[in-house]
Ligand binder design. Structure first.
Ligand code: NAD
Length: 254
């Protein structure tokens, strides 16, 4: 039946690119998302080795139903990509809305926790495999005005290391990737009605490489971490950021 990858948030952006990349490598692909229209469009781009499964990553029952549906369609899961995410409404902590904090933590941090919890029995049935969690450079440094988002992404790296320790005995490796700024609707579209797209302030000009990443540049690393090429890697975080974390380029005449 072949190996099966389950990707949360695969209706858009990087998740869509991961779905296309894994499909091209011969995987069965589960496109899991709250966005049914976008998810079904990705499935029709890929063809018969893909299936849409409705998933709200904040809900344990939704995870259980999605994993059960995956097993019925393709058999056990070999690779879980915890990719779904939303950004905080931009606000300083002192003026921010606790309801927004809860929404972002529930989606970006509790979501991947629930995903690991729900998918591990399936990965065990597959004889082992890999989990790749999508963190962010905002999980390495402070990030003003999006505290819940940055805190979630810091948390993802802790979750990744803990899960890697617990799951090595099951032949399941767990790693994360930390993209910098990637050209997806997350960056190019307003996160909330009336908000400015992040791309208006973060367009890549600030980086050493002077551009944003394309989603496929993240897919290649996710697929490496899912493959046997990375058999001795677990609990790691791969920064894919065009030099964002190494700081600004200082002009030669400064
Ligand atoms: P995107 O907005 O294009 O896609 C996110 C997807 O997640 C959407 O399809 C959306 O419907 C889905 N989603 C949102 N809430 C969900 C929920 N409750 N349940 C299921 N699905 C849900 O964004 P993207 O840029 O492709 O982001 C993918 C991941 O990469 C996110 O975790 C994001 O935090 C992370 N990331 C993005 C960037 C960037 O610059 N774009 C940088 C670093 C990390």
């Amino acid at each position: 039946m072949g190996r099966t990858v389950f990707i949360s948030g695969a209706a858009s952006g990087m998740g869509r690119a991961h779905a296309r990349g894994f499909a091209a490598a011969g995987y069965n692909v589960v496109v899991a998302d709250v966005d049914e229209v976008g998810g079904r469009a990705v499935v029709s781009e890929i063809g018969e080795n893909a299936a849409f499964v409705r998933l709200d990553v904040r809900d344990p029952a939704s995870w259980k139903a999605a994993v059960d549906e995956t097993e019925r369609r393709f058999g056990p899961i070999s690779v879980l990509v915890n990719n779904a995410g939303i950004v905080s409404a931009a606000a300083p902590i002192a003026d921010s809305d606790p309801a927004d904090w809860d929404l972002v933590i529930a989606t970006d941090l509790k979501g991947p926790y629930l995903g690991i919890r729900a998918a591990v029995p399936s990965l065990r049935r597959a004889g082992g495999g890999a989990i790749v969690n999508i963190a962010s450079t905002t999980g390495h440094i402070g990030t003003s005005f999006i505290a819940a988002y940055s805190t979630s992404k810091w948390g993802i790296r802790g979750l990744t290391q803990t899960a890697a320790l617990e799951l090595a005995r099951d032949n399941i490796r767990v790693d994360s990737v930390s993209p910098g700024v990637v050209r997806t609707p997350f960056i190019t579209e307003p996160a909330r009605p009336g908000a400015k797209p992040i791309a208006e302030t973060w367009n890549g000009d600030q980086l050493a490489v002077k551009r944003m990443a394309e989603p496929e540049e993240i897919t290649r690393v996710v697929m490496f971490l899912a493959s046997e090429e990375s058999a001795f890697i677990t609990g790691s975080d791969y920064v894919i950021d065009g030099g964002l974390l190494i700081g600004p380029v200082v002009p030669a005449d400064a």
